[in-house]
Write a protein that binds this ligand. Structure first.
Ligand code: ZN
Length: 401
């Protein structure tokens, strides 16, 4: 990797220049999203919601703060309390969630389940807080509060394979959208494990058989699974050739046991489901940091906070500029007009620095012909089109995303 290039593409630097996010002394490690950063974030979240809905997930939202006793039951208190935040309300101890799993379990357990309704797939964009040392904080990459794109699936043993298979498809769909290739790692039974060796063997064999059937090359990390189950991790490769662990799919035999999860089997007897924890972005904040660096701030049209900037050559062209803006907005685009009484050259330079995908310049000719000169940042191609043609051009680019 060229370290100079990495510095130019640094997400903290770009985040400031492009006004995407900031940090405040009042909340160290808890990123603050500015309007433009929020646009990107919302696009990532709405893509996520849409894809999960069509993949058969149901979205849930569980509380950020829950009683400490719940975290004692889940085991987070034993294994994780040094990284957790606490509070005391009405003489009761509470903890801020570092993960969303227990909340999903409580929802699963809130009613009687039959084998027929499995798999149950709960998706949650969960805001979690984890204490990190102040020296290790880094922009959006290492933070104390972030949103996990979590999902918890409750499945029968015979459903592990088909469910993992669809999760792999979903993960592939997401990473391809951003042009990321990725590496896959399978982590197997550690020395200290929970559940029966027989169950682990079966679970590992089913993970392997899904990976084999998909023809996905993978590396095996022997003995590096979590104590509660084997897992598959996904490492994406960015435009600078760096690798980032983002997605994860983990089988869990422990939590259903701890919380007494059950469903009524075909034989009318209670059975214990297997839980699958999985994330694709990993954390929305961290994924955004990776995207900012991957694209060097030059976001594809669908993610760009401002998709086009209209630059009227002089004051008399401003009214036509506003008409164009209105039509683009009605077609669903994010567009701005630069009506300031500044020199053309300055306005163009600033739009360049903001890395806006399209620049639309209008002068006498354009007003007269009801046209516009539109220039694409990516290839510097300049064309003169009607407003309708320009909208079609951008729509086409959005559709091919
Ligand atoms: Zn979980």
């Amino acid at each position: 990797m060229n370290s100079n290039q990495a510095e130019i593409q640094n997400h903290r630097k770009l985040g400031q220049e492009l006004e995407l996010f900031t940090s405040m002394e009042e909340a160290p490690g808890m990123p603050v999203f500015l309007p433009k950063g929020m646009v990107i974030r919302n696009e990532l979240e709405s893509l996520w919601k849409k894809k999960h809905q069509s993949a058969g997930y149901q979205e849930i939202k569980t509380p950020i703060m829950m009683k400490q006793s719940l975290w004692e039951q889940s085991g987070h208190w034993d294994h994780y309390h040094e990284n957790m935040y606490f509070s005391r309300v009405d003489e009761q101890d509470y903890a801020i969630k570092p993960m969303s799993c227990p909340g999903a379990v409580l929802i699963f357990n809130s009613k009687r389940r039959s084998y027929r309704e499995l798999p149950v797939r709960y998706a949650e964009l969960g805001l979690v807080h984890r204490h990190e040392l102040s020296g290790s904080l880094n922009g959006l990459l290492r933070v104390r509060s972030f949103t996990q794109d979590d999902a918890h699936l409750f499945v029968r043993e015979d459903q592990i394979e088909p469910e993992i298979d669809s999760i792999l498809d979903l993960i592939h769909e997401f990473y391809s959208r951003f042009g990321f290739s990725y590496k896959v790692e399978l982590s197997t039974r550690p020395e200290d494990f929970m559940g029966s060796a027989d169950m682990w063997d079966k679970a590992e064999a089913s993970l392997e058989s899904v990976l084999e059937a998909k023809g996905l090359p993978y590396q095996v990390n022997h003995g590096e699974g979590a104590f509660y189950g084997p897992k598959i991790d996904f490492h994406i490769l960015d435009s600078l050739g760096r690798s980032w662990q983002c997605g994860t799919v983990q089988l869990d035999f422990q939590m259903p046991e701890k919380f007494g999860c059950s469903y009524i089997g075909e034989d009318s007897k209670p059975q214990q489901p297997v839980m699958i924890h999985r994330a694709i972005y990993g954390s929305i904040e961290r994924f955004m940091a990776i995207l900012i660096e991957h694209y060097a701030g030059e976001f594809p049209l669908w993610l760009a906070p401002v998709q086009a900037k209209i630059i009227p050559i002089s004051e008399v062209h401003a009214e036509y500029g506003n008409q164009i803006k209105q039509q683009f907005e009605q077609a669903g685009f994010r567009i701005e007009v630069d009506c300031r009484l500044e020199k053309m050259g300055l306005k163009i330079r600033e739009a360049e620095m903001q890395k806006i995908p399209y620049m639309i310049v209008i002068g006498d000719q354009e007003v007269l012909n009801r046209s516009l000169s539109i220039r694409r940042r990516k290839d510097k191609k300049l064309v003169v089109l009607s407003i309708e043609e320009a909208i079609m051009l951008l729509k086409k680019e959005m559709d091919s995303k």
